[in-house]
Write a protein that binds this ligand. Structure first.
Ligand SMILES: O=CC(=O)O
Length: 334
């Protein structure tokens, strides 16, 4: 009697600590090697560990570039557990036939909530007021104690009108009675504009007219420092700037200087150039709320992101399907 040939299990790598349940699911399908620490491996170590692996789950911090792809000829899919994928060299992945995936949708509403949290905290000076109270400085009521900027009924500007931008627009328009202006590479269709109650304007008009400006655009080399000294100079001196997107979109040195000189009123920042390093000028000014890249960080959402990254690996390596691809390489690796 013939013995059936066992189907070879693909090998995958998980490059950072993720939830044990997600790791256990991956182990049902694959031979899994994992980094169980919260530190990235060096790029050399990542390449070494990737030898013979068909897939990798990444947390968005490690590069998938031509050098890695050449050194890892068995790799077929790189699954980010992030919606942003500026760690991928998409052209090199296309050329190498490697699929990249991200985690859209599952984090949209959670991230939009955090955008509003940063806007409210910066405009209403929540963390500054808390520092004041904790320092024992609150001894009496005064008429303008920690008086901040109005949010409801003001004009919200959104730069980048993808899924998260639209979710913020809905919150602003329907929840806070804001007039919403947006700028985006592509204008939305009329029905989507209407659902968000958002009006398309050019970038300079957005900067000039927004009482508060929310940045929610992907990082690409073209929009490096898309907000720098010149753009900050166009904004209202009463404006609050929120960066939920990626470090590098804002020139952090220019922003620190604008905040120091009160050329804009305040900022709420979840992402930084060269994070986790934060520009020292930002740490010195009181009118900025600083958070450590946590906009999608609820446990439910982070689990959904990890699960979607794992599902991408499972669907592609067991059935050849991709759930949330960022590219469709013309000739996927065999
Ligand atoms: O920054 C977080 C993400 O891109 O998901």
């Amino acid at each position: 009697m013939d013995t059936p040939t066992p189907t070879a299990r693909a090998a995958v790598l998980v490059a950072r600590r993720i939830f044990p349940e997600t790791l256990a699911r991956l182990r049902q399908h694959f031979d899994v090697d994992s980094n169980d620490a919260d530190e990235d491996w060096s790029q050399e170590e990542l390449i070494r560990r990737l030898q013979g692996k068909a897939g990798v789950l990444l947390t968005g911090t490690q590069r998938v570039d031509a050098a890695l792809l050449t050194a890892c000829p068995r790799l077929r899919i790189a699954a980010n557990m992030t919606v942003g994928y500026n760690n991928f060299d998409v052209a090199a992945m296309d050329a190498a036939g490697v699929v990249g995936t991200n985690t859209p949708d599952v984090l949209t509403e959670t991230t939009a909530d955090f955008g509003m949290a940063l806007l409210l905290a910066a405009a209403r000076r929540v963390t500054e007021a808390e520092r004041y109270l904790r320092a024992g400085q609150w001894t009496r009521w005064t008429v303008d104690l920690m008086a901040g900027a109005e949010v409801h009924g003001t004009t919200l500007g959104i730069l980048g009108m993808g899924r998260i931008g639209q979710a913020i627009a809905r919150r602003g328009a329907h929840g806070f009675g804001m007039r919403v202006l947006y700028h985006n590479r592509r204008r939305l269709d009329a029905a989507t504009e209407q659902a968000c109650r958002a009006t398309y304007v050019d970038k300079a008009t957005l900067l000039r007219e927004a009482d508060h400006l929310m940045l929610v655009l992907p990082y690409t080399p073209e929009n490096h420092h898309t907000i720098g000294a010149a753009e900050l100079a166009l904004m209202k001196p009463t404006a609050v700037l929120v960066n939920l997107a990626r470090g590098g979109i804002v020139d952090d040195a220019a922003l620190a200087e604008a905040l120091r000189q009160r050329r804009i009123a305040a900022a709420g920042l979840d992402v930084f150039e060269g994070e986790p390093h934060v520009h020292p000028g930002l740490l010195q000014v009181p009118n900025v709320v600083l958070t450590p890249h946590i906009a999608s960080a609820t446990l439910r959402t982070r689990r959904a992101m990890a699960d979607l990254a794992a599902d991408n690996l499972i669907a592609y390596l067991t059935e050849g399907r991709v759930l949330t691809p960022v590219n469709r390489p013309p000739q996927p690796r065999a």
